[in-house]
Design a protein around this ligand. Structure first.
Ligand SMILES: Cc1ncc(COP(=O)(O)O)c(C=O)c1O
Length: 343
């Protein structure tokens, strides 16, 4: 395997655009078995033109990050949760899940071999990790493929939403990203293809992104296109939507814990009706990419719901951000099993 020379990267100016790194991981599934997988420098795949990933969207993925601590160490945030969610996504669309061990081994090997691409602590940038699985091999009929590729690719990233901790304006979408008993709760490509047009509409109207309502009744907040939603009620309770059509966000799961055990807030996962948004002082989206992105306003038809003091992140949201990122970058003691050190 030939290592690419490491390019000079300005880690302070990263976006979410492709940066080629040293190696990625690929493993092939054939005749009912996964091979042991290998690292490759090549950043393309050669697959059959009738692969199910192309024609029927048989594809699942994960999104996670490696963080550089103040001491220069590299660490992962709750990677086992990603491994388990990946298995569920694969199973939902009839793909053979990889074991948690193979997932972890692949992620760790790719991060280790690309350690120089993990941005320095001071930049607060990170190494994004993208595990994926695709159905490959010729298959014209609508049926699961017999062959698959599991891979892991990484690249350094900066802010996903440029607004950072400045509250951003969001639009309640007229469209759905997922069906009531569909695939909203798993991380598969089709959900994201469905959200590209609504995202374009929101952006072309000057919004940062859109928020989706529950697809069955269109009365309750579901989530964003790539992030969950939470809000802080005027009485200080941390509330996040309970819905079967949203992705179970690992960041949201962590914030429920942080709000309860670090900030000593009451927490609640329940339906959030759109007209009840007036009960909230602060609102935000959260996710691996979004981290915590405060929502300044949410526009639903002719009604605009405002949160916090215009232009400033609310104090609970700010505190949640500080503890979450403090744990991820190694400045705050994490709960048991949340952090995996790589070096
Ligand atoms: C649709 C959707 N919801 C929520 C999230 C946040 O999930 P997590 O916190 O696990 O990154 C993501 C990002 O992965 C997402 O794509």
């Amino acid at each position: 395997m030939i290592k690419q020379p490491t390019p000079l990267i300005d880690f302070t100016n990263l976006t979410y655009h492709y940066v080629r790194t040293n190696v990625n991981y690929v493993s092939y599934y054939k005749d009912g078995l996964w091979d042991e997988g290998q690292l490759q420098a090549e950043d393309s795949l050669r697959i059959n033109i009738l692969s199910t990933t192309f024609h029927y969207g048989q594809q699942a993925f994960e999104g996670m990050k490696a963080y550089r601590t103040k001491e220069g160490k590299i660490q992962l945030f709750r990677p086992y949760e990603n491994a388990v969610r990946f298995q569920k996504s694969c199973q939902r669309i009839m793909m053979p899940p990889v074991s948690v061990e193979q997932f972890m081994d692949a992620v760790i090997r790719v991060v280790e071999q690309n350690s120089e691409f993990v941005p320095p602590y001071e930049t607060q940038a990170t190494l994004y990790i993208r595990p994926y699985m695709i159905g490959v091999g010729p298959n014209l009929v609508l049926a699961p493929s017999k062959e698959y590729i599991f891979g892991v690719v990484v690249m350094p990233v900066g802010l996903f939403f440029k607004s950072g901790l400045t509250p951003a304006d969001f639009l309640v979408s007229e469209f759905d990203r997922a069906a009531p008993h569909g695939t909203g709760a798993v991380k598969i490509g089709g959900n994201y293809a469905a959200s590209m047009y609504p995202n374009y509409i929101a952006k072309s109207q000057g919004f940062t992104d859109c928020i989706y309502l529950d697809p069955a009744t269109h009365t309750r907040i579901d989530e964003g296109g790539a992030a969950n939603f939470f809000a802080i009620r005027k009485d200080g309770v941390f509330v996040s939507p309970k819905s079967s059509s949203i992705l179970p966000s690992i960041t949201k799961l962590s914030l429920l814990d942080i709000a309860k055990n670090y900030l000593h807030l009451e927490v609640l996962e329940t339906e959030i009706y759109i007209e009840d948004l007036t009960l909230f002082d602060e609102a935000a989206t959260c996710g691996t990419a979004a981290i915590i992105t405060p929502i300044g306003s949410l526009t639903h038809h002719d009604t605009v719901y405002h949160f916090g003091t215009k232009g400033q992140v609310g104090h609970v949201t700010k505190r949640l951000y500080e503890v979450l990122t403090g744990i991820q970058f190694g400045d705050i003691t994490p709960p048991h099993n949340w952090i995996l050190s790589i070096e």
